[in-house]
Design a binder for this molecule. Structure first.
Ligand code: NAP
Length: 454
């Protein structure tokens, strides 16, 4: 069994740091600290909690370059995208500063009682298991609403983002949160059983792969503890005959290629109707060719390495298997270590990994559809349900389709994206539960009915 996590820069290959795993005794101490912190934190006034949120936002702003560089070194995200991620975390704080009080206030419900209302009480210690792809944003969209609701948080971050996890723990302390309110666990998967089984942990949220989701949900189920699961996706980007390519092609390229293609809500299947197919493919290809490839620490780099070489190899296998089944390389498709060239694969069909599975890297699968009806059928043909995007000028006709799209999000003439004001989450193999907005802050509270007769 390994005794420490070694982090490595995926671009330079250089070793970054090493972190000793917490022992069983360390883990028990962390859990006890969490419980102790909760006993006081739950009694604090919402005004105090939102004041601390302002401190968090200020630290994020002040240190965005430093935090951005840490992320970039650990997982290869181009630096300008890393800094933008930190800025987005600060905006998330602003949203809950403005709205948390309203979301968490008692809600009066008129009944025959003298008084009846709903109160929203914190649950206690919430465990989060997080991925490396948005190493700050994923943690913040859990931690900010969850702590503001009066809970305390534990973070088990992706191993390759351990430096980031420790920086986030320090950030909360620097912002004035009490000791134990937000703690990082440096642990093995095998430790999860005892942690989830411990009475101090009241609920678990995981953002990650389907496999990890099943494993954590099984442990949580055995202990009858609530879970929120934000898992993978293979979002369709439907391009209809009347799509405005001049206006929206850049958005479509970003939808696939940002973060080196490693986004759960990326456009993974471009489903394009026959009439517009040739002009879409020509213009899309040109834009992909123009993407600036380079060192992730250079501010003008748009595409760099993937987070780890094994992930790039996995993507290569999905592409090769699809080619064996009849898909065609239209552009790109070379790999060098953790670097995967931006790639476009055509003739993709159901039953190929590029259609059926999640592809986590800069590979766009292009599928030709006869017409709108077939395009939407293909879009819905997925085990996943994070989101669908449709590009069309006929907005009126789209209203009829809304209830038929079985996903957590539908974006028309835009890419699927997260926004603190809107709920975020999936259906089917993409998981369940919601983050962000009012729905997100209410995931980890006891929605308590209070009924008073006189
Ligand atoms: P991953 O391999 O599933 O890992 C996610 C987290 O789960 C990591 O902290 C990982 O720890 C941990 N983990 C994995 N298996 C575990 C187990 N059996 N027991 C306990 N912990 C376990 O996913 P990833 O490669 O980091 O992230 C990419 C995936 O996340 C993609 O599928 C992507 O779509 C999904 N994602 C979804 C959303 C969403 O909102 N729906 C957002 C972002 C990403 P280690 O690193 O130590 O293995």
């Amino acid at each position: 069994m390994k005794h420490a996590i070694h982090t490595k820069n995926p671009y330079s290959g250089q070793s970054l740091d090493q972190y000793k795993y917490h022992t069983t005794s360390d883990i028990n101490t962390i859990l006890e600290h969490a419980q102790k912190a909760f006993n006081n934190w739950k009694t604090t006034d919402i005004k105090h909690r939102t004041k601390l949120l302002k401190n968090v936002a200020n630290i994020l702003e002040d240190k965005k370059e430093e935090f951005g560089q840490l992320m970039t070194r650990e997982m290869g995200k181009p630096i300008s995208q890393s800094i933008a991620e930190i800025e987005k975390c600060a905006k998330l704080c602003d949203f809950y500063i403005a709205n948390a009080d309203k979301f968490l206030s008692d809600q009066i419900i008129k009944t025959e009682a003298h008084e009846s209302f709903i109160s929203y009480d914190p649950l206690g210690t919430i465990l989060s298991v997080m991925p490396w792809n948005y190493p700050f944003w994923q943690v913040f969209r859990f931690a900010i609403p969850t702590l503001t609701a009066g809970n305390v948080g534990l973070l088990k971050h992706a191993s390759n983002s351990t430096g980031t996890a420790i920086a986030i723990q320090k950030l909360f302390l620097d912002a004035g949160y009490p000791e134990g309110c937000f703690q990082t666990l440096v642990i093995n998967h095998e430790d999860m059983d005892a942690i989830i089984g411990n009475d101090i942990v009241k609920a678990i949220t995981l953002t990650g792969s389907e496999k990890a989701g099943k494993s954590i949900a099984t442990l949580a189920g055995q202990n009858l503890k609530k879970t929120v699961l934000e898992l993978g996706g293979n979002n369709a980007c439907v391009v209809l005959d009347d799509a405005n390519l001049d206006k929206y092609l850049d958005t479509m390229v970003t939808a696939r290629m940002q973060n080196n293609g490693q986004s759960c809500i990326a456009a993974k299947r471009f489903i394009v109707t026959e009439k517009i197919y040739d002009s879409f493919l020509e213009q899309f290809t040109q834009k992909v060719k123009d993407l600036k490839i380079g060192d992730p620490e250079d501010t003008d780099t748009y595409i760099s390495v993937m987070a780890r070489e094994d992930l790039a190899k996995e993507l290569e296998t999905q592409v090769s298997k699809s080619i064996k089944k009849g898909a065609t390389v239209h552009y790109g498709n070379s790999r060098d270590g953790a670097f995967y060239q931006p790639t476009i694969i055509t003739n993709v069909k159901p039953d190929m990994p590029l259609f059926d599975e999640e592809t986590f890297g800069p590979v766009a699968a292009v599928i030709k559809a006869k017409d709108k009806k077939e395009a939407l059928e293909l879009a819905k043909n997925s085990r996943f349900g994070l989101g669908t995007m449709i590009f069309t000028e006929n907005i009126k006709a789209i209203y009829d389709e809304i209830s038929d799209i079985p996903d957590g999000a539908l974006f028309i003439n835009d890419m699927v994206k997260s926004d603190p004001r809107l709920p975020f989450g999936g259906t089917k193999a993409s998981g369940y539960g919601r983050e962000l907005s009012k729905e997100g802050i209410l995931e980890f509270v006891n929605i308590k009915t209070v009924y008073i007769n006189k």
